[in-house]
Design a protein around this ligand. Structure first.
Ligand code: GLY
Length: 442
């Protein structure tokens, strides 16, 4: 029986907390959060709030509570080195060390690693620390993607056609990025359909989980600015209807090779989640980026489907014995819809500020699952912040049934909120299928 520390306070961590509490192998759950998540608090024996930079406070909380191991949810504490700090106190963790978390915290590190070890999936790319040479490289590309090096909360990537049009505009944006970030990655833009492949890794063995598709854009029809993710779906066959089996195998193989390369490069085992953001293209699967954690919202799609005990999975990750464990998921469809403040994700001059910090009422979500994200629980009720508030998840035998359960659940939340109605609809998914057919010229 284990005492487990969970670090993180979002809906992803609420889903992780639920998976931990379903285990028969847990004694107590302890949670360290930046802000109080009422869902996680209700599942925890004890909580502590504090900054993800305060590694000392996290280690003291863990030691005082005789923690057997920790599970780290978000990228910020990973990037700050919480796993190293816990290890120094003799506490293992599911989550990579600071050096290995560069997989997410430094896009330049990952591109260079993939290139150095001749792993497939990279676009044409160059890393710049000064503007010299940027214009020539921009001129050599047909479509352009610009990325600052470092954590950007999923919102820092600039894509030609979405965020800028001409190469002249791209150059100006590069100058701007180099003022704010130590380096800039300029990449070739891929045309295709994106999918999230969240893999579990113990340093040697990489295990894929059901594929999920996230929806970054703020509004229905994939319109509006990029967000942290407005919702996601997964299917009973654990694939995506626009993918070929080879697309998935290629994503898995890239991840296996990256795990091996990380070991060669750092001499350390990557223990945690390697979440590959992939894109299926006419030339096979390409790597957009890695995250060193579960996706948010994607964790809410896969963790409730786990048939295998999550705590046992964590133990095998820590012990390096994932190859000895059969990890199974229910063959169900899931649809996650994020409820957000009306002004969420909009530029400051266009933000409906009345929704920020407004009170919401949460009624009965019926068959749906509810995962709290950024809500503030006060004595008189729940209040919104400026971020995503609540993930509502429908699970059923078919996608339509899962979507309808999620839609019913969404109705239970009253206040100045919004969500994407189109996530999980046949119409939107058919658009993805048609897009892939078109680019594959089928
Ligand atoms: N779903 C996007 C992310 O977790 O970064």
């Amino acid at each position: 029986m284990s005492n487990i520390l969970l670090v993180g306070n979002g809906a992803r961590e609420h889903a992780i907390a639920e998976a931990i509490k379903r285990s028969t192998k847990i004694q107590f759950l302890f949670s360290y959060m930046k802000a109080n998540n009422p869902g996680i608090t209700s599942l925890s024996a004890k909580t502590k709030s504090g900054s993800y930079f305060d590694l000392e406070a996290i280690v003291i909380f863990a030691t005082e509570n005789k923690i057997d191991f920790a599970v780290i949810g978000p990228e910020d504490p990973l990037g700050n080195g919480v796993v190293d700090a816990l290890a120094a106190a003799g506490i293992p963790a599911v989550g990579p060390t600071k050096s290995l978390a560069r997989l997410e915290t430094s896009k330049a590190f990952t591109r260079n690693l993939v290139s150095k070890y001749n792993i497939p999936g990279n676009p044409q790319y160059k890393v710049f620390t000064a503007i010299d040479g940027v214009e020539d490289f921009l001129n050599s590309l047909d479509g352009i993607v610009l990325k600052p090096d470092g954590l950007t909360g999923g919102k820092g990537v600039l894509v030609q056609g979405d965020h800028f049009t001409t190469k002249k505009e791209a150059l100006k944006l590069c100058e701007q990025i180099l003022k704010e970030s130590s380096s800039l990655i300029v990449e070739e833009k891929f045309d295709g359909e994106e999918f999230s492949l969240q893999c579990l890794c113990d340093g040697k063995t990489v295990v894929g989980t059901p594929l999920v598709q996230d929806h970054k854009r703020r509004f229905d029809g994939d319109k509006g600015p990029n967000t942290g993710g407005m919702g996601s779906y997964s299917l009973p066959d654990h694939s995506m209807p626009f993918l070929k089996p080879t697309d998935i195998e290629e994503g898995l193989e890239i991840t296996r090779q990256v795990a091996a390369a990380l070991m060669k490069e750092t001499g350390r085992s990557y223990k945690g989640v390697m979440y590959g953001g992939f894109i299926a293209t006419r030339n096979g699967t390409k790597l957009l980026e890695y995250n060193a954690r579960f996706g948010d919202p994607e964790a809410m799609n896969i963790l409730p489907l786990l048939k295998t005990d999550f705590v046992e999975i964590c133990r095998h990750i820590i012990d390096g014995t994932l190859d000895k464990l059969k990890i199974e998921f229910e063959q169900k469809a899931t649809v996650c819809k994020y409820i957000v403040p009306k002004g969420y994700g909009l530029p400051a001059d266009n933000t409906d500020t009345t929704s920020v910090k407004a009170k919401i009422e949460v009624g009965n979500v019926g068959e749906a699952k509810l995962y709290y994200s950024s809500v503030d629980k006060k004595e008189d009720g729940l209040y919104l912040s400026s971020s995503r508030a609540i993930g509502i998840v429908g699970i059923a035998d078919t996608l339509t049934a899962a979507r309808l359960i999620a839609e019913e659940g969404v109705k239970a939340v009253q206040g100045p909120v919004d969500y994407r109605k189109d996530i999980g609809t046949d119409e939107l998914i058919q658009k993805r299928i048609d897009h892939m057919k078109e680019i594959r010229k089928e």
